[in-house]
Design a protein around this ligand. Sequence first.
Ligand code: FES
Ligand SMILES: [Fe+2]
Length: 430
Amino acid sequence: MLSQAMNDRLTRVSPGTPMGTLMRRYWQPIAGSSQLSEENPTKEIRLLGEELVLFRSTAGKLGLIEPSCPHRKANLSYGVPEPEGIRCAYHGWLFDEEGNCVDQPSEPAGSRFKDKVKIKAYKVEELGGIIFGYLGPEPAPLLPRWDVLTWDGVRETTIIELPCNWLQCQENSLDPLHFQWLHRYFGGYMMNRLKPAAERDAWNAITSSKGADHKKIGFDKTPYGVIKRRLVGDETEDSEFWRIGHPVLFPNILRVAHGMQFRTPIDDTHTLHVTMQFRPYKDDEERQTEVPTHLPSLYDEKGRIRADGVLPQDQLAWVIQGPISDRTTEHLGVTDVGIILYRRMLDEQARVVEEGGEPLNIHRDPTANEIVILPCEYFPYPGYEGTGGPFKDQPVKEPDVMAILSGDGVDRNEFQEAPKMSGAERYSFK
Ligand code: FES
Ligand SMILES: [Fe+2]
């Protein structure tokens, strides 16, 4: 349970708020690269409570600027892209990606008026098919070159706007137990109704293995955030799920299986959820020229939140906690130790920034940032046989924070009949 003041401190993201100030120290994904094309060169963006316009000039440069033209306030998302920037639809003032007014075509010849006009502009970079924006103070840190964003391979991006606060999405990543209930039990309940027999059985086989009864959950603090680990069913501590685990990247990213999930705060009650899936090229496979961006609906044809997959079920759980979960009336159990750890980290790191320091997981060394390779269980690393890559032989270690759970679940026939799967097979979700 949190006080109202602490719930506000950890969730609110507008300019000047503690979490809004902390979040502005990090690059945030705002769109898929393929969403800014010749046909759609501009996009209205709401990020951390600020209204902005993202554009791509005809020379290919990206800009992220305030939306309102300083002449007579026309919205620049209706502007026309040119090589130098974007030209306002109303009277043709032209702005470059740094917010400079570089042309006012109808002012008298020789006028220097345009030199006095500048609009707010933020830094933008692209990596791995995703466009990132940085709204914080200078000097901007490096955009972290996380392994799956950097390696040669096939990527695809899925973006959805969720009507809930970002922290609900992120807390789910510190809550391994939910797999047993949300994906195995509720997911099985829904899939048994929604899907034909073969798909339903495949679902139950995977979730009954990965979502087997949880015995232990553990968390370690790392320079990037937290590693989470779980021990389920009759597995031993030698399992990669326990020895290696997978990382939660501070403050609002999950790295799991074959990709990443970014929880970009749009404002206090909306989140842009950006998922990137990666796989290495197969032999002789044609090289990808563009990373596709999928924009699925949150809702099904009946207007209910979809539940037909792992990510839709996660989204459902986050949204049904409400626009901002009321943590003043929650009741945390032993299963929530990871969430308690993470809230403390957020509070501490917000304080670091308040006191003038640099928070966790900021990257400034270009050599170390050529590629940042992360530990992830049952992940096939390029250049390595099998799974686990450079972390394969990592020994068993006691976690920084751990909880022993009862391991109790609910018996359902379909789970008992489902075949047992290896760790790598459990990651065969699409
Ligand atoms: S309102 Fe933009 S140029 Fe006039
Ligand atoms: Fe989940």
